[in-house]
Design a binder for this molecule. Structure first.
Ligand code: PBG
Length: 338
């Protein structure tokens, strides 16, 4: 019968060139941020068992990795420090000779002009109890006492050369306190990447391996409840009012609805963090031969971009940047269609 079916959407799927033209969402190395771990006192880089392909780095090896990321066009680097010793107040955070600040200074020297250097501004890697804050006499995280620690950490990270500070602790007022501390010390140039919506997630599991941290209790009183979508908009409003330059949603794939709502409401760029557990799941399934890991990774990252993320933090940033030949004929999301 002529003229039936009336619509033939398959027409635009017929060739890679057509699919590429109408894709609507693209992955580009410049949108990706590589999280890296620097371990104090390490002689050789050491694999993180639950994060295949991810290493705990030495001061020297993290600089080499950063250079590779820059060469591959990766948009930024988020630096985490793993200290040898921890204490109740997380004094390594603002100690200029603390592992994170030393690594930031090394990286600022080596690649600071060529990439965006981000620092995790949080206490959990540095506290012996593993919480993102200091505790009061009753063992509860003390919000306002913690803010003073973040202000001190912010100044140390700015001095070390970070461009964007990732306020990931989920304390009330953290963005404002950090902004005021920076401005009060003439560091109006340093920005805040606010973890606006950070959920109390099981998907952070492998990260604890990577930073060798054990948590006493849980983070449910400060990170968001996975059942609460609306709360993300409250966090967003506060972070914007307090001066956030970029806002983040984390984890990413299990929270695409939250990401979409935040992206629709945010006047500032939105980042999403494909966290350790998301990355580990893809690798675990691929390692068993249960799915095509490369395709699944690209599809996840595309989904995160499609849901509204301008920037994506992923442990796969370097691999993906290399796989995306952004100048070649197969550039773009057509790579995930198999
Ligand atoms: C806090 C922080 C965490 C992650 C990033 N920043 C841990 C947590 O909040 O429990 C997790 C990232 C990941 O799982 O990849 N410093």
């Amino acid at each position: 019968m002529a003229g039936f079916p009336v619509g033939r959407p398959r027409r635009l799927r017929a060739t890679p060139a057509l699919r590429r033209l109408v894709a609507g969402t693209r992955l580009h190395p410049a949108d990706l941020v590589l999280p890296v771990f620097v371990r104090e006192g390490l002689r050789e880089p050491r694999p993180v068992a639950s994060l295949p392909g991810v290493l705990q780095h030495t001061r020297r090896s993290v600089v080499a990795l950063a250079r590779e990321a820059v060469a591959a066009g990766v948009g930024g680097i988020m630096v985490f420090g793993v200290p040898e010793r921890r204490d109740a107040t997380g004094s390594g955070l603002d100690d200029p000779s603390g592992v994170l600040n030393v690594a930031l200074a090394d990286l600022a020297d080596a690649v600071g002009d060529d990439t965006v250097l981000m620092a995790d501004l949080c206490l959990d890697e540095f506290t012996d109890h593993g919480h993102c804050g200091v505790l009061d006499g009753a063992g509860r995280v003390d919000n306002d006492a913690t803010l003073e620690r973040y202000a001190a950490g912010a100044l140390a990270q700015a001095a070390a050369g970070a461009h964007l500070l990732g306020t990931s602790g989920m304390m009330d007022g953290q963005v404002g306190v950090v902004r005021r501390a920076l401005d009060g010390h003439g560091r109006t140039d340093v920005g805040v990447l606010a973890y606006a919506a950070k959920y109390a997630s099981a998907y952070y599991g492998p990260f604890r391996d990577a930073v060798e941290s054990t948590l006493q209790g849980d983070r449910a009183t400060y990170q968001q409840d996975p059942a609460d979508a609306r709360g993300a908009l409250v966090e967003l409003a506060h972070d914007l009012a307090e001066g956030a330059d970029v806002v983040m949603v984390k984890p990413a794939l299990p929270y695409l609805d939250v990401l979409r709502r935040v992206a629709d409401a945010s006047p500032v760029p939105v980042a999403a963090y494909q966290v350790s557990g998301e990355y580990a799941m893809v690798h675990a399934a691929a390692g068993n031969g249960w799915l095509d890991g490369d395709r699944a990774m690209l599809e996840s990252l595309l989904a995160i971009r499609r849901a509204g993320a301008d920037v994506v933090l992923t442990y796969a940033a370097l691999d993906v940047a290399r796989a995306l030949d952004v100048t070649g004929p197969q550039a773009g999301p057509s790579q995930v269609s198999g």
